[in-house]
Ligand binder design. Structure first.
Ligand SMILES: [Mg+2]
Length: 264
């Protein structure tokens, strides 16, 4: 490319960019359309992974024997900011509009506390994650959300497969000094074979020794946290007591002792 044609190309791109910016400023709907289209393209990119984690159990006979000697474990999943993040458009609130990211699911809610539309955004790789862990673990969802709010979202994630049928909602949490605590013994009393995946550091502190913390998912961000957890969760199936591994990651467990004393 000659110097002149390169300068022409740069000048042309600048001109088109300027024209597009002026049109978007005068026509907000077109601007929103362009932003949403860009977000859709980004979403495909965010859900792409060059690594395919093999979901089928291609285990050696030795590994299969090891797996038979230990109990099948229960994986308790938090919902908000762990599997999905939701945005609520309250009825009559015209000051805020949904994020410029295509939502995956939308439903209306009408409770004493909240009336409006709920926009649900799946965490990248959540479907692949659920497909894999549902083969390895008994799944339970424990959310601090109310049943009216969480139930349609869990139905959407479950897709009629029945893998998220065991559910605990806000009414199942325990009030500990004003904090809503998840007492995971409600899901299974066998503490050697139960683990909680949660983005809340408070929820983790209430279940020290059985908890895997995960970063909070923010709408629209590229995120591979669920994908990265798969090898670790695969390996944890082989332990006799998950606390032998997860207990070593605990820094603060006095809230666990407090919750146990309140729950008794
Ligand atoms: Mg959460």
């Amino acid at each position: 490319m000659t110097g002149d044609s390169f300068i022409s190309l740069i000048f042309g791109l600048q001109t088109w960019g300027l024209v597009l910016a002026i049109i978007c400023l005068n026509e907000p709907r077109l601007g929103r359309f362009i932003k949403l289209t860009a977000a859709r393209i980004y979403k495909v990119y965010a859900n792409y992974s060059p690594i395919e984690y093999l979901s089928d159990d291609c285990l050696t006979p030795v590994s299969l024997r090891c797996l038979k000697r230990v109990a099948k474990k229960t994986l308790v999943l938090d919902m908000d900011e762990t599997l999905i993040t939701a945005w609520i458009q309250r009825q009559g609130d015209h000051r805020h509009s949904p994020p410029n990211v295509p939502h995956d699911f939308k439903f209306g809610i009408s409770t004493a506390i909240c009336k409006g539309d709920v926009y649900v955004y799946k965490r990248p790789h959540v479907d692949r994650f659920l497909n894999n862990v549902s083969r390895w673990y008994n799944l339970v969802v424990f959310t601090c959300g109310t049943e009216d709010y969480a139930s349609p979202i869990l139905d959407f994630l479950d897709k009629g497969r029945g893998i998220l049928d065991k559910r605990f909602y806000r009414q199942h949490t325990i009030d500990v000094g004003g904090l809503r605590a998840k007492y995971i013994s409600l899901c299974s009393p066998d503490m050697a074979n139960i683990l909680l995946l949660d983005n809340s550091s408070i929820a983790c502190s209430f279940n020290a020794g059985n908890c895997i913390p995960i970063s909070s998912y923010r709408i629209g961000q590229k995120d591979e946290a669920l994908l990265e957890l798969l090898p670790f969760l695969d390996a944890l199936r082989f332990t006799r007591d998950v606390r032998s591994v997860l207990g070593k990651c605990t820094r603060f467990d006095c809230l666990t002792t407090l919750l146990e004393s309140v729950a008794k």
